[in-house]
Design a protein around this ligand. Structure first.
Ligand code: NAP
Length: 274
């Protein structure tokens, strides 16, 4: 680890709560592996103070921030520029400071797509995908799947009006459907919070096949009954660590312009959450 001096570059994560965030763990592991003189810190920022945190970036010369709840929408309005993903989603999870000009990005969906390719050897281009959920995580995934060339993106959600709005993010390939679509899908993604209790499942667990890729975005716990059932059916199954890892890797690349040291980052998550 390079000693912290007056020249050390500062990045961080803002949120409320934020102490549980794995962003500093991931980004500091990357800086160490790369020999980059930068450190990431967690900054607790109260609801409503997101725009003030954007101003603080300019005043303090903070190079980049990861952004978590409840600031993802508010920081967008306070930024000077906006990447296409953040604009489509009306939410940002990453900010970059270029000499006082702040650009808002959203790396969540691209993180999921990259994790499918890198961690799971699955290309969503041309695939039929079922996404369960229509909240923030689902919206970012649906938008990225549309850009990645998925052939069909079926959104299944408890609240149908939210499903309609989320499906539109995939463009012409997005549509609302039901859990019946799972059996025909190439890729099935749980982007609901159902399963975090370690007991419940977001869809019937008997619908998986051995030819499918199944992703549960949940990573606490590391496995869910739903993912266990997918593995039992012979599916190519992956938990939410992959998306967590690769959205952070894309953030690091935006801040530094250097390819992320993905093995070091993966090891740091494994040490932190098992
Ligand atoms: P969110 O915005 O609050 O959305 C929650 C979603 O879950 C909504 O679609 C909601 O449906 C659905 N839901 C909640 N309880 C339900 C229930 N009892 N039955 C049916 N549907 C239910 O949350 P989020 O930020 O999108 O997070 C969703 C999940 O993704 C969480 O498990 C989170 O840990 C995970 N996540 C993972 C990563 C990663 O990097 N791996 C990143 C972000 C989030 P309604 O619309 O009907 O309310």
């Amino acid at each position: 680890m390079i000693p912290v001096t007056g020249a050390t570059v500062t990045v961080g994560v803002i949120g409320d709560p934020v102490r549980h965030s794995l962003s500093p763990t991931l980004h500091n592991a990357a800086f160490d592996a790369l020999g980059v003189d930068a450190r990431s810190l967690a900054f607790p920022v109260a609801d409503g103070d997101g725009p003030a945190a954007v101003d603080a970036m300019r005043v303090l010369g903070i190079r980049g921030l990861s952004v978590t709840m409840p600031h993802k929408e508010a920081v967008l309005a306070a930024a000077d520029r906006c990447a296409v993903q953040a604009e489509a989603l009306a939410a940002a999870n990453c900010l970059i400071n270029d000499d006082g000009v702040i650009t808002a990005h959203n790396t969540d969906g691209d993180g999921l797509v990259r994790s499918l390719r890198v961690e799971n050897d699955t290309d969503p281009s041309g695939a039929c995908v079922v996404v369960l959920g229509a909240g923030g995580a689902a919206r970012s995934v649906i938008e990225a799947l549309g850009r990645a060339g998925a052939a069909d993106v079926v959104v299944v959600n408890r609240t149908e009006a939210r499903a309609e709005r989320a499906a539109a993010l995939a463009g012409p390939v997005g549509r609302v459907g039901s859990v019946d679509a799972i059996v025909e899908a190439d890729i099935v993604i749980n982007a609901t919070a159902v399963g975090m209790d370690g007991v419940s499942s977001p869809s019937p667990v008997g619908s998986f096949t051995a030819s499918q890729t199944v992703v549960d975005l949940i990573y606490r716990p590391l496995s869910t009954p739903w993912l266990t059932a997918a593995r039992g059916a012979g599916a190519n199954a992956m938990n939410g660590v992959g998306m967590l890892l690769h959205q952070a890797a894309i953030q690091l690349e935006l801040w530094t312009g250097i390819n992320a040291p993905i093995d070091a980052m993966r090891d740091s998550v494994a040490d932190a959450i098992g």
